[in-house]
Design a protein around this ligand. Structure first.
Ligand code: 2AL
Length: 261
């Protein structure tokens, strides 16, 4: 099974970090292919960064060898529903995957994320995924995304401190890591905290394997149907659905077909 893990930001070191996590948890028959967005911001920390990252995600789904499943490796899940429109292969976001995984191992969780502005965006995601009954709090660490790359002890200490506050002050029973660049911290934090610590990259890989293994594909009835054919103007002319279709034959691989039948 081919799983394409797309980093919507343009920092390839972060893609490699996510890739290490994905390959560690992947089943023997899963092939993880990594892609770093070729357009957009070096890190995604706000609505503007996020909006402009979506075309890079679309490019990675529409071009190249079709995958059995795609993972959007950024905690904002940028372009998740748009991505689901342009392919029938399952597309998973790391934030939605992490939150769903948390509900299987605890009745409440807290999200520990990067900047205050990102915290507010994550709160909106909690509401949009209907996770208000499970999410006790979303806490910011004030650690910028690219600072995680440097793996400084101050960043690690700030993350640990917010996790502890979430468990003690907010009575969370599990921690969801609110940035794909934190995926290498799971083991250390879990050891220190003694509660489940969930990274969305790992969760998305395991859910992707399960969903493909069940033979499920994205519903093309309703709002996730392929985009309606129409002209797109200006800089976005090449993203007109008809042009995208030419670049994306969207055929499931032989393996996916075999599993699904
Ligand atoms: C992220 C993430 O996962 N990647 C990125 O560039 N920004 N999310 C975040 N909450 O800071």
């Amino acid at each position: 099974m081919l799983i394409k893990l797309i980093n919507p930001n343009t920092t390839s070191a972060m893609t490699e970090l996510m890739g290490d996590t994905a390959r560690t948890v992947a089943a023997a028959g899963s092939d993880i292919v990594l892609a770093t967005s070729r357009s957009g911001a070096a890190s995604i920390e706000g609505h503007y960064d996020e909006a402009l990252s979506i075309l890079g995600v679309i490019d990675e789904i529409a071009r190249g060898k079709p995958a059995d499943a795609y993972i959007i490796g950024c905690f904002g899940d940028p372009g998740l529903l748009a991505a689901r429109e342009i392919t029938a292969s399952p597309v998973l976001g790391v934030a939605e995957s992490a939150m769903h995984a948390a509900t299987f191992v605890a009745t409440s969780f807290s999200i520990i994320t990067t900047l205050e502005r990102t915290r507010i965006i994550s709160e909106r995601l909690v509401r949009s995924y209907g996770m208000q009954n499970h999410c006790r709090s979303v806490r910011a660490t004030d650690v910028p995304v690219l600072e995680l790359e440097r793996s400084s002890s101050t960043a690690d200490a700030a993350i640990l401190a917010e996790c502890e506050k979430a468990l003690i002050e907010d009575r969370a029973q599990a921690i969801v890591l609110g940035c794909a660049g934190m995926s290498n911290l799971v083991e250390r934090l879990q050891h220190r905290l003694g509660v489940p610590v969930i990274d969305g990259v790992a969760a998305a890989v395991k859910f992707a394997e399960g969903i493909v293994g069940m033979g499920l594909r994205t519903s093309k009835v309703g709002d996730l149907a392929y985009p309606l054919p129409k002209a797109y103007a200006g800089k976005l002319a090449e993203y007109a659905p008809a042009s995208l279709k030419l670049r994306n034959n969207d055929e499931p691989s032989a393996l996916a077909t075999a599993i699904g039948s």
